[in-house]
Design a protein. Structure first.
Lengths: 196, 527
């Protein structure tokens, strides 16, 4: 009988222990699910696999253009759902030498009768080229306000890295422009987007 | 496993309560197991009805019966109900019934939590099914609920769907904790881990998988909830998020999930084949290690579901090889089952028929899985009926046949009566033929390019689709026969002895049939 009592009381303690371990596993994995979000961003930043180009590029050394190679850079512009602006690249493509800084412009016009704010999100294809495409200035770093009927040309300054693998001869940069609402409302939220 | 030294006395001092409160308030593992199994079968019929709607619409090209919007709701709800409502609860039900009996425990370790984890399920599915009657209809984005289909473009009922997923997740996690606590703490003296029946082993590993991935599922639906209702941008590119992230997080849950649905079936088959081969299971310890290996590998292969989203070549190679690696422990299992049957004195009672069909047909599903794992070829198969054929071959003759085999195997223990063998064999053969007729042509349809989740198709697919629909109707209708067999068996029939199967081994056969309300109140001694 004493033996049986020992058996009955022993598991009670260890049940609590097992539940404790299991629950910490559950909480840990729930947190891990959310940790995947920043981990994914870091991983994509390092590898460039999702085509998200990096933030502002600051060169420490003066780069020399590699005149032997030419890379064709194509530009696409499209609107996110419900975005009424006219948005297009001024030139559809440019040919650049790796290492030289190039400026291109994108045209945006707000044809509506209300003041609006837009935010462009870039994506580069092939994603393998993402690590070698540096933007020293980009309208996508900031939100772009446009008053009703206003239009503007938005600059992009970029350098294609000399280290770009030799099999990449063409890069396509696509921008999607999203509606960020009224200027006041948008000013309250972040004004810069480092992912841009 | 081993003989029981102490055949304990049956004490009937305390039976079940009467009336509805017996079922509402019960903490008895057998009652809860029964409720899980009944619930699972109800959901199986409901999800099956939806499959019948899908196949009726696909019987002929063109739109005849339902509108595309409703068709999408049917494919989504069919998947969700079968995965979370039919297969998973059925295995939890089997675990509840059999694990305490197999390890010589008087009940589950946490009986009150057991009651709660069951009763959460009907609530969750009431919410899920009620979305069918809401404005905008039920979820219509596929059971994988990819963002932004489920966030930006989802129907208003998506929030109810998320809540239902949360509740069923909590239920699964509680069930898993219960299994782990029971197996670790409640084994009879002498029942070492490596003496445990395979079904207990596979369930222990499944429970760890559940604890590892159900919270990730809860996390991903929580992110959806916040994107939909609180203006965050986890999966919204406009706010700096990424829809592909959804697929990564979802499949990090989703791939282990498919093993959650198959590992307990592996365990049950590993009980049944030795019984009817009258031999010990070949390679018991390799079976245990193979199960563990499959569980570990399942965390490293998730991106094979998303080769076409633009995974870099290095990633494709990694996930391709990691996926193919799973064929090795799975192969170990299949060969062990075959080796168990080799030179055994086989008899072909219904559980054995289902088990043999399981081995053959699951292997077919495994091979089409290997084909899908080949990254360059996957671009051709992706999102076609080939994928539908593949996962129905692993889930229907895999998980579902595993459940049927288990049900026939243990019905005499549960009810105290033998089931009607003739009817049961009819059930098997009609299921076997219907299932193959329904799903085998889908391989050809997929290879020819028919996309999945579309209510209409090009004319050249008409014949195979008609065959497939006929097979599906046959398989679906046959399941009513199973209901009849079980009801008949519960009500009466030939008295079942304590050990109705000549070759059976294990503690569950040492107690009388039907299993008394309380068993192993004094722990048996396992030598």
């Amino acid at each position: 009988m004493a033996d049986q009592q020992a058996r009955e009381s022993a598991p009670r303690r260890s049940n609590a222990k097992v539940i404790g371990w299991c629950l910490s596993g559950v909480v840990g994995m729930f947190a891990f699910g959310f940790a995947l979000v920043p981990l994914y961003d870091v991983f994509c930043d390092i590898t460039g696999i999702n085509g998200k180009t990096g933030g502002r590029y600051e060169s420490t050394e003066r780069s020399v253009a590699d005149m032997n190679r030419t890379i064709k850079v194509q530009f696409l512009a499209q609107n996110g759902p419900g975005m009424p602006w006219i948005f297009r690249p001024v030139s559809r493509s440019v040919e650049v030498h790796p290492g030289e800084a190039t400026t291109v412009n994108f045209y945006a016009e707000n044809p509506t009768s209300r003041d609006m704010v837009g935010q462009a999100v870039p994506s580069l294809s092939p994603s393998e080229g993402t690590l070698y495409f540096h933007k020293t200035e980009c309208f996508c770093f900031n939100q772009q306000p446009l008053a009703a009927g206003e239009n503007t040309e938005m600059p992009l300054v970029f350098i294609v890295d000399q280290e770009i693998p030799s099999h990449i001869t063409k890069l396509t940069l696509s921008y999607t422009l999203y509606d960020q609402g009224e200027p006041q409302a948008a000013a309250a939220s972040t004004t810069t987007n480092d992912n841009g | 496993m081993s003989a029981v030294a102490d055949t304990h006395a049956q004490d009937h001092h305390h039976g079940p309560a009467s009336g509805i409160s017996r079922w509402l308030l019960t903490t008895n593992h057998k009652d809860i197991g029964t409720m899980y199994l009944i619930f699972s079968f109800t959901m199986f019929l409901l999800g099956g009805t939806m499959a019948m709607v899908i196949r009726a619409e696909l019987f002929q090209p063109g739109l005849q019966i339902v509108q595309p919007e409703f068709f999408n709701q049917m494919t989504t709800m069919h998947g969700l109900i079968m995965v979370f409502g039919a297969v998973m609860p059925a295995f939890v039900g089997l675990a509840n019934w059999m694990i305490p009996l197999m390890i010589g425990a008087p009940d589950m370790a946490l009986p009150r939590m057991n009651n709660w984890s069951f009763w959460l399920l009907p609530c969750a599915f009431l919410i899920l099914v009620s979305t069918l009657f809401m404005q905008g209809g039920a979820p219509n984005f596929g059971w994988t609920f990819y963002a932004p289909l489920s966030t930006t473009y989802g129907p208003p009922s998506t929030t109810f769907f998320i809540f239902a997923i949360h509740i069923m997740g909590v239920s699964s996690i509680m069930g898993a904790i219960n299994v782990i606590a029971t197996v670790l703490n409640m084994r009879a003296p002498g029942m070492t881990l490596m003496k445990m029946p395979m079904f207990v082993w596979t369930w222990l590993i499944t429970a760890f998988l559940l604890i590892a991935v159900m919270p990730v599922l809860a996390g991903v639906v929580t992110m959806m909830l916040m994107d939909i209702n609180f203006g965050t941008s986890f999966f919204n590119a406009a706010g700096g998020g990424d829809p592909v992230l959804f697929q990564h997080v979802f499949w990090f849950f989703g791939h282990p999930e498919v093993y959650i649905m198959i590992l307990p079936a592996f365990g049950a088959i590993s009980q049944i084949i030795p019984t009817f081969s009258r031999k010990r299971l070949f390679g018991y310890s390799s079976m245990v290690y193979a199960t563990g290996a499959i569980a570990l590998l399942s965390f490293l292969v998730w991106a094979h579901h998303m080769f076409t989203v633009g995974v870099p070549v290095a990633g494709q190679l990694f996930f391709m090889y990691a996926t193919m690696l799973i064929a090795i422990p799975t192969g170990v299992k299949v060969f062990n089952w075959v080796a168990t049957m080799f030179r055994g004195s086989l008899t072909f009672e219904t559980p054995m028929l289902f088990a043999i069909a399981f081995v053959i047909l699951f292997t077919i599903g495994g091979f089409s899985g290997l084909m899908l794992a080949i990254a360059p070829a996957d671009f051709q198969y992706h999102d076609t009926y080939f994928v539908v054929a593949h996962f129905h071959y692993v889930l229907v003759p895999g998980a579902i046949f595993g459940i049927f085999a288990s049900a026939y195997f243990w019905l005499p223990k549960w009810t105290g009566h033998m089931y009607d063998e003739t009817l049961a064999k009819t059930h098997f053969w009609l299921s076997f033929i219907g299932m193959n007729l329904a799903f085998f042509p889908m391989h050809f349809l997929g290879l020819a390019g028919m996309p999945r989740r579309i209510p209409d198709y090009a004319l050249q697919f008409a014949d195979f689709n008609m065959v497939s629909s006929i097979g599906a109707f046959m398989f679906g209708t046959t399941q009513l026969l199973f209901l009849l067999i079980v009801v008949k068996c519960a009500r009466g029939g030939e008295k079942a002895p304590a050990k109705p199967w000549e070759g059976a081994e294990g503690l569950e056969w040492e107690i009388p049939s039907p299993a008394p309300y309380h068993t192993f109140t004094t722990p048996p001694e396992v030598k």
